[in-house]
Design a protein around this ligand. Structure first.
Ligand code: SF4
Ligand code: SF4
Length: 429
């Protein structure tokens, strides 16, 4: 539960109005000098705040300082990061609700949206921010304002509403089987017909926690649009930035080559593909292995961990228990084992061939002091001969034609480097 530090003047919170208010307006296109960002936290662990604070490409500092060319300055109202507290902090939220702000605003919601009606039955609340007095004069009664209510107040007038993290985008862990708080996503709460003041449905940046740059990059793209300097970024049917979530983890995974060749590890941190110990990467939309967890470093598989599908709407129920291999993986891993096993062996031969200079092939000797490399056997030589014939089929063989010049002078490997130059010159004879 989260609250701002504003004093409460007694009384129990009343049952909040959970439906978003119907109010539309049209905002002017840019250039905008400032833009407010109202960050709210529902059923949240604040992990999304941490990940965004750590974003580097782009980072948020430039926006907060107003130093990014063509971008408006971001005026952030954040329950944890803002300097203001209590009534002073909440005043900007009230101004936005009452449409008193001079500049447009964006709503960012972190954490899932609880059903406050459940908590109100016992006189409590799940998540609240600020308090207010209901009623006139001495009859007035103080109450905490559920974050859910702030969302329904501010979302209709926002230039854009962005749900960050899997709790806000799809309900996440708080909405898992059982769901005592009635937790739901921002999209579930605002409904299908919700549009921001600029006509945008909810924008979703999933992940638990999401990759921070995915959020900042999307915000930059939206701001360019609001500035009138760029097109509306492409979003998929679930409101995810399609250029960030269009591919599966597996396609960008550094271990995908092992999967293809049918090599699987059976312990966390192993070097090979992790699918047999529970990786869901082949069916999960996420770019963390391509982008890294932070500053292009890390990411689940890079750190030796399996993908538990934290970016997906079905998370966590459809992917648990996390320690078990996905049943669907059995078919593909069995195929990879049989087909990939053959391919792997053939590639090993080609790899060995590619690891030799042409000179070594001709001399059939590798002058390495690191190891004794055996001479090539006849079978392999014949195979490589036909392989090269196939490779050069219809093409001109590189280099000079045979007979025009002796390519490897002396034919056999000379004994020492001085055999390659006239030592009488260097020794002044
Ligand atoms: S570790 Fe997961 S994402 Fe990576 S190759 Fe294996 S199955 Fe695919
Ligand atoms: S790889 Fe899987 S577990 Fe890791 S961030 Fe992406 S979706 Fe979540």
């Amino acid at each position: 539960m989260s609250t701002a530090t504003e004093p409460i003047r007694g009384g129990q919170p009343s049952i909040p109005e959970t439906l978003p208010e119907k109010h539309r307006e049209t905002l002017p296109l840019g250039p905008l000098k400032n833009i407010h960002v109202f960050w709210m936290a529902g059923m949240s662990c604040d992990g999304c705040t941490i990940t965004v604070a750590g974003a580097t490409n782009p980072g948020v500092e430039g926006l907060l300082n107003g130093t990014v060319p063509a971008m408006p300055k971001m005026l952030l109202h954040h329950p944890v990061l803002s300097v203001e507290a209590g009534a002073e902090f909440m005043q900007s939220f009230r101004d936005a609700w009452e449409r008193k702000l001079e500049d447009p605003y964006v709503v960012v919601f972190e954490g899932s949206v609880p059903d406050e009606r459940i908590a109100a039955r016992t006189g409590g609340y799940w998540s609240a921010m600020g308090s207010e007095v209901v009623g006139e004069g001495s009859e007035g009664e103080g109450r905490l304002v559920p974050t859910t209510e702030w969302l329904s107040r501010l979302a209709p007038g926002a230039a854009a509403t962005i749900a960050i993290g899997t709790c806000a985008t799809w309900g996440g862990v708080p909405a898992a089987e059982g769901n005592p708080t009635g937790a739901m996503s921002v999209m579930d709460f605002l409904g299908k017909d919700y549009r921001s003041a600029f006509g945008l449905p909810v924008i979703n940046i999933p992940g638990c926690a999401p990759q921070g740059d995915n959020f900042t990059e999307t915000v930059f793209a939206i701001l360019l649009f609001l500035q009138g300097l760029g097109p509306l970024p492409a979003f998929d049917e679930l409101g995810r930035p399609s250029w960030l979530y269009g591919e599966t983890v597996h396609r960008g995974c550094t271990r995908a080559g092992y999967y293809e060749e049918g090599v699987f590890t059976h312990e966390y941190g192993g070097a090979e593909c992790l699918v047999e110990i529970g990786c869901w990467g082949p069916v999960v939309n996420c770019n963390i292995v391509k982008r890294g967890a932070i500053n292009h470093m890390g990411g689940c598989m890079e750190a030796g961990g399996v993908c538990i599908a934290c970016t997906m709407p079905g998370f966590p129920d459809k992917f648990s228990p996390f320690y078990k291999a996905p049943p669907g993986g059995i078919v593909s891993t069995a195929t990879s084992r049989s087909v990939g096993g053959v391919i792997r062996r053939l590639r090993r031969l080609s790899n060995r061939h590619a690891n030799r200079e042409r000179r070594w092939d001709v001399n059939n000797d590798v002058p390495s002091g690191w190891a004794h490399l055996p001479k090539q056997n006849l079978g392999l030589t014949v195979m490589e001969f036909f392989y090269q014939k196939w490779q050069l089929w219809g093409a001109r063989k590189p280099g000079r034609r045979p007979g025009e010049e002796e390519r490897f002078w002396g034919a056999t490997r000379p004994g020492k480097p001085s055999d390659y130059h006239d030592t009488s010159v260097s020794e002044g004879k």
